[in-house]
Design a protein. Structure first.
Length: 276
């Protein structure tokens, strides 16, 4: 996984994140809040968590990106997310959605779809089951986890979902796919140890928010975020081979902080998908 033609373009975006330290406004779930803040700091971004309907419009308008995550949603929180999202839209701040558990309960699916209707979302990142359920393709989801046996077809699913939802869609798993509905890219990297750390997906969506804050082409921003995240995880797995998820999680934060323009080499790859 080296000599990638994408590497220098993506490295430029990492440098921008590290230099600009964009403010990422996260309305995320109670499970992953601390991990998300630490992961964004490690990357070089500036996290803020703000949930109250009394302030979210003001916070979203000064942020570089707004990340909406329905992991532990309530009706009141979804209302506040829509207030924040509409403010972000007015002020041209990109909005990213992590539809955690869409398909597991009707409330989750309906809330994600309501957000998509009332807010212009620039990028959706989820597992295959969550994304499928957003476009009415029912797939089994176990709580917030994709059904491992249902991989395959993610490239076509990402294309379909991006077209139907009119947004960039990233589907993650053993390999990641990102599409704007016209083209698609496949990103390889990461490590299965990520499946043992809660919030690995949620933090990733916020990391994509940091890249979206510095690059208006969301397909490019998303590609960079997925690739560098995967590279950090692959490097952390090397550092902690033979140890467990606790050691991996700490090493992963360290590797996010150590990312540099050469980090993709040997640890993550990007290729343009052939669209028939
Ligand atoms: P799920 O709840 O289904 O695990 P998620 O929201 O946690 O979904 P993931 O699909 O697990 O999100 O993606 C989070 C990160 O973990 C991504 O960088 C992805 O590439 C990586 N990842 C997930 N599974 C694997 C795997 N088997 N091998 C390598 N990387 C993986
Ligand atoms: N339950 C509700 S939200 C959440 C859990 C376990 C965290 C999900 O995080 P991720 O990143 O999708 O694994
Ligand atoms: Mg996961
Ligand atoms: Mg998730």
């Amino acid at each position: 996984m080296s000599g990638n033609t994408w590497d220098s373009e993506l490295a430029g975006l990492l440098t921008k994140v590290q230099q600009q330290k964009p403010l990422v406004h996260n309305m995320t779930n109670v499970v992953v809040t601390n991990f998300t803040a630490n992961g964004l700091y490690a990357l070089g971004a500036s996290p803020v968590m703000a949930f109250s309907p009394d302030e979210v419009a003001d916070m979203a308008q000064i942020a570089g990106a707004l990340v909406l995550n329905i992991g532990t949603l309530s009706r009141e929180q979804v209302d506040a997310m829509i207030i924040a999202g509409q403010s972000a839209n007015t002020h041209r701040v990109p909005v990213l959605l992590d539809p955690v558990g869409a398909g597991a309960t009707p409330f989750r699916t309906d809330s994600a779809l309501r957000i998509m209707r009332e807010v212009k979302v620039s990028l959706v990142r989820g597992n295959a089951a969550e994304v499928a359920n957003l476009i009415g393709e029912v797939r089994v989801i176990k709580g917030v986890d994709a059904d491992d046996s249902a991989s395959g077809g993610n490239l076509e699913l990402a294309l379909r979902a991006a077209q139907r939802l009119n947004t960039v869609v990233a589907i993650t798993g053993e390999e990641d796919v990102i599409s704007d509905g016209v083209s698609a890219r496949i990103i390889r990297g990461g490590h299965a140890m990520l499946t043992k750390v809660t919030g690995a997906g949620c933090l990733l969506t916020s990391v994509l928010g940091a890249f979206a804050a510095v690059e208006p082409d969301l397909l490019l921003a998303g590609t960079a975020g997925l690739a560098f995240y995967g590279a950090a995880a692959a490097r952390a797995a090397e550092q902690t081979a033979g140890l467990g998820p606790g050691s991996f999680q700490i090493a992963f934060l360290d590797e996010l902080a150590k990312l540099h323009s050469g980090s993709l080499e040997g640890h993550a790859s990007v290729r343009e998908a052939d669209i028939l």
